[in-house]
Design a protein around this ligand. Structure first.
Ligand SMILES: [Zn+2]
Length: 201
């Protein structure tokens, strides 16, 4: 992660932009590092994408004891925070069980989505709500809130924002299918094959 954030992203991509007059907020880079590494962001994203398998076109296998050992070795403390989740995942991802998304007993709560980056709001202490054009929206972090409400407002520092930069339209899966029957949503997504089966089951 260190090499990816500091060497690839920061040193070879962000820093060279300075010579074109782009202001780089250097603190944001270490904030990104803290999120990914210290606040377990990647592990929380993995949980989210794993539980959603019935409405995705891929499925993450349940983890084995060997995987648990690998994660704990690589990320000390991982097992205490995520071990139970993945045990539930294994129990609930076999035919006949209710998937974790819809099952009440496992304790996983489907998160709100960030209107800015579109990744769910997974770090509780960074969760932000704000009102834009009369609508309450959720954001994963202050930076994402600022990006939508300030930087991508209709006008930024006196200059109009081009239409392609606006955060409008059907942005959230959850909002597009709010109130739908799940079977209809899966058909609408094109995930049902001509024989009536889904891509994964
Ligand atoms: Zn975000």
């Amino acid at each position: 992660w260190h090499r990816w954030i500091y060497d690839d992203y920061y040193r070879t991509y962000l820093l060279p932009l300075e010579k074109y007059g782009v202001k780089i907020h250097h603190d944001d880079v270490s904030a990104a590092w803290d999120r990914i590494v210290k606040k377990n962001y990647v592990h929380k994203v993995a949980q989210f994408f794993a539980v959603g398998w019935p409405v995705n076109f891929w499925r993450i296998e349940a983890q084995t004891e060997k995987d648990f050992e690998w994660f704990e070795h690589k990320y000390p403390g991982w097992y205490a925070e995520f071990g139970d989740f993945w045990k539930w995942y294994a129990r609930k991802s076999v035919p006949g069980e209710t998937n974790m998304l819809f099952d009440q007993e496992n304790g996983y709560v489907y998160p709100h989505r960030c209107w800015s980056c579109m990744v769910p709001c997974l770090i509780r202490e960074e969760f932000v709500v704000d009102e834009v054009e009369g609508k309450l929206l959720t954001y994963c972090s202050e930076l994402c809130r600022w990006t939508h409400k300030v930087a991508f407002a209709a006008e930024y520092e006196g200059r109009p924002t081009p239409a392609m930069g606006r955060f409008s339209g059907r942005r959230e899966w959850e909002e597009c299918y709010h109130g739908w029957d799940l079977a209809d949503a899966i058909k609408d997504l094109g995930f049902a094959r001509s024989d009536g089966k889904t891509l994964i089951a």
